[in-house]
Structures are given as C-alpha cells and as structure tokens.
Write a protein that binds this ligand. Structure first.
Ligand SMILES: [Ca+2]
Ligand SMILES: [Ca+2]
Length: 259
C-alpha cells in the first residue's frame, strides 16, 4: 500500500540493507544517525501499533551525529603574554567528524576579537561557534615599529610617504610575491635625515629622529602598534633642538632614509 506520506526516520544514512531478521519483507537495517540518538545501526520497520514506519537504534557507534567538539583549545581571553607563550598562540579543536568547515577569524581593533567556527559540511545539525577577545602583551623589540615582534625597514617614497616593510614577512616571501607595504603617513619630505635611534625614552618602543631643513631634530615616539610611528605633528625636539607646534613644510629630500 502506498500513501505518499513521508516519515522522518534518520537524519542521514550511509548504507541500507534488507533486514533478514524482520518478520515482514520490508524491514531494513540502516547505518546512519539522528541528531537525537547519535551514529549507529538502526532497524527500520513498520510499527505494529501505529502502522507507520519507525526506526529503532540497534547499536550505537558512540559518536554524535551532530558536529561536536570533543576537545577544544580556544584562543585566550583577557591579557595574553606573548613572550611567556614563546611567541605562539595556539587554538585547536578535535571534532567528532571530518566533514566540517573550520575557520578562525581574528579582528584587531586595539584588542583582538576571535570567532572560531565549525560548520557541518553535510548540513546536518548546528554549527559550533566560540567567541572571545584578548589583548596581547609583548616586550618591545628593537626596530619593531608596528609591534609585531620582528624588525621593520622604513623607506621614504618619492612623494614623501614613509612606509614600512616587515623583515619577517620579506624574509618568508616566495619568488613571485611582493613585500607587504605598511604606509605610515605623508609629509616626510620635510626631513633630510631620518634615523631609527632605538628607544630614547617616553614610550617603551623604538623611536625615530628626523632632521628638517633648518637642522631641527624631531622626535617621533614609537608606539608599537600597526600604525606606528604615527606621523603626528612633532611636539618634541631631541638633542637640545628647538620645539615648534606644527610640522615643517615639506622640502625636497636630499637622502632617502632606510633604517
Ligand atoms: Ca615589525
Ligand atoms: Ca620610545
């Protein structure tokens, strides 16, 4: 008899064979799973009481059908001491099955916000998602102007833009890759010398000193962030030079500075 009705029995099936032990001819044995009862061997047969097909778990495989995190090592929360951790940050999952798409998204906006997500590739069951935020601390490194732990090379472009190249990134480039340029800011034509002098004080990060056309030295405090050293209007002069309240007008550079 066919009624055209459909009955949800299993959420997925990997194999299906006739059930030789069944009293009727239409019993089936299925390997598959339900979100409610996990992976295993199921018997599908007509329920004598209701007259409708029903599914009974014969033997469980001990694994959930829903994507499940069996073990997890999440990114840190709060403050994370990058030096103490040996300069690595690990995050990982042991999932209940392979067919999953896993992603870890880190967003930096002063602090790091992380979203770790695992989606079932077969569409069965919900995704797993973990969210958190943390800040990284690390002792400053020499010539590390963006605070990522490796030294940087600064270059002044023809238009007076100061830009930074990270040595670690350059070092690991393949032949067909270009180095990543981190623009710091414009107006650096005003100086005929730009020197990475190490940490002169103030901030704990390495600083820059630039000399303008009048011989005035300008101190740029390193800030150890991805936008540093900020080309703010120099407010401090170094080595006993005078102080002004606005940046000098750009002049033709006489020397390109790399440090
Ligand atoms: Ca760096
Ligand atoms: Ca400093």
């Amino acid at each position: 008899m066919k009624t055209g009705e459909t009955f949800p029995l299993l959420d997925h099936v990997t194999s299906l064979v006739p059930d030789s032990d069944s009293d009727s001819d239409d019993g089936l044995l299925a390997v598959g799973g339900t979100l409610a009862h996990s992976e295993g061997l199921y018997r599908i047969a007509l329920d004598e009481t209701t007259g409708k097909p029903a599914v009974i778990l014969v033997r469980t495989a001990g694994l959930p059908t829903a994507l499940t995190a069996l073990k997890e090592s999440l990114p840190p929360t709060g403050t994370f001491d990058f030096d103490r951790a040996g300069g690595t940050l690990k995050a990982g999952w042991t999932l209940s099955r392979f067919n999953a798409r896993v992603s870890l998204t880190l967003t930096f906006n002063g602090a790091y916000t992380q979203t770790m997500k695992a989606e079932p590739a077969n569409g069965i069951g919900p995704s797993i998602e973990r969210k958190g935020s943390f800040t990284l601390t690390r002792a400053p490194r020499p010539h590390d102007f963006d605070g990522n732990g490796s030294p940087d090379v600064l270059a002044r472009l023809w238009d007076g833009t100061l830009t930074s190249y990270d040595v670690r990134q350059v070092w690991n480039l393949d032949a067909y890759e270009n180095p990543y340029e981190l623009p710091i800011g414009g107006g650096w034509k005003a100086y005929d010398r730009i020197l990475a002098v190490g940490n002169l004080g103030g901030t704990r990060d390495s600083d820059l000193v630039a000399r303008d056309k009048d011989g005035v030295l300008w101190l740029y405090q390193g800030e150890g962030s991805y936008t540093a050293p900020s080309p703010r209007a120099p407010g401090s002069a170094a080595a006993g030079a005078s102080t002004t309240s606005s940046p000098p007008d750009p002049t033709t550079p006489t020397t390109d500075a790399t440090t």
